[in-house]
Write a protein that binds this ligand. Structure first.
Ligand SMILES: C[S@@+](CC[C@H](N)C(=O)[O-])C[C@H]1O[C@@H](n2cnc3c(N)ncnc32)[C@H](O)[C@@H]1O
Length: 225
């Protein structure tokens, strides 16, 4: 069995304060890429230790509204937990993944669930991707690191065909701090999205001592106009 220190080596890699790097988050792309590169080999085990449920919960939400043959972009796919959860939920169509961490993408590739994997920075927009080629886009556990909510939401809407779905997660504390609900509603009012569904806050990383019951996850499901 792996010693606990190895499971939590993301903390050892960072000059953390008492709250921990993960809880604090970072919007420095360089720092985020390095952290996730260094963490890639142990990320899956650590997240399982923390009872990370978001990939499965999100995949189930998407499966409730999109055909199984949908073409999907997993934005911030990391090591591929969400791609694997989409396959487990029954999705059979192409799934592409992008992430800022090349080492995480290497782990994702080993799963064999993605069609294409590419490095990309969600803070450097627009992405080099043709408009409207996806039926759905899923972005789970990523928006902590992307402070321009409006910019990234508009870019996600560009990549998905009319009538398709954008499904995001956001931490409940950042949802409040960044007025995320108001940003989403403003885009709906502006005609970017036709339909907005916001979940109740749910357990996020219940067995992570820094997150525990305090920091929850909210799922935002949007229909592209
Ligand atoms: C908590 S992990 C979530 C990974 C995966 N979605 C999952 O649920 O396991 C956050 C991911 O976001 C990626 N990320 C953070 N900032 C990013 C950015 N600006 N552009 C692309 N990916 C980013 C990280 O590299 C990391 O893989």
């Amino acid at each position: 069995m792996t010693a606990p220190v190895a499971r939590y080596d993301y903390a050892a890699m960072q000059d953390t304060d008492d709250h921990g790097w993960l809880k604090q988050g970072s919007t420095s792309s360089t720092e985020v890429a390095k952290t996730y590169d260094d963490w890639a080999d142990t990320y899956d085990v650590t997240l399982a230790d923390w009872d990370y449920r978001a990939p499965k919960q999100a995949a189930d939400l998407l499966a409730a509204r999109m055909p199984r043959a949908s073409t999907i972009l997993d934005a911030g796919c990391g090591t591929g937990l969400t791609g694997a959860a989409l396959r487990s939920a029954g999705f059979t169509g192409p799934i592409d993944g992008l992430d800022i961490s090349a080492a995480s993408l290497s782990r994702a590739e080993i799963r064999g669930v993605y069609r294409n994997l590419a490095t990309a920075n969600l803070q450097t927009l627009p992405l080099d991707i043709t408009s409207g080629i996806y039926d759905a886009l899923i972005c789970i556990g990523v928006l902590t690191y992307v402070p321009d909510s409006k910019g990234v939401l508009c870019e996600f809407a560009r990549l998905v065909r009319a009538g398709g779905t954008v499904l995001l997660s956001q931490r409940n504390d950042l949802y409040r701090e960044r007025n995320f609900g108001a940003e989403v509603q403003a885009l709906a009012d502006a005609g970017v999205f036709t339909d907005v569904a916001i979940s109740e806050p749910q357990a996020y990383l219940p067995d992570n001592p820094d997150f525990g019951p305090d920091i929850k996850v909210i799922y935002i499901t949007l229909t592209v106009a």
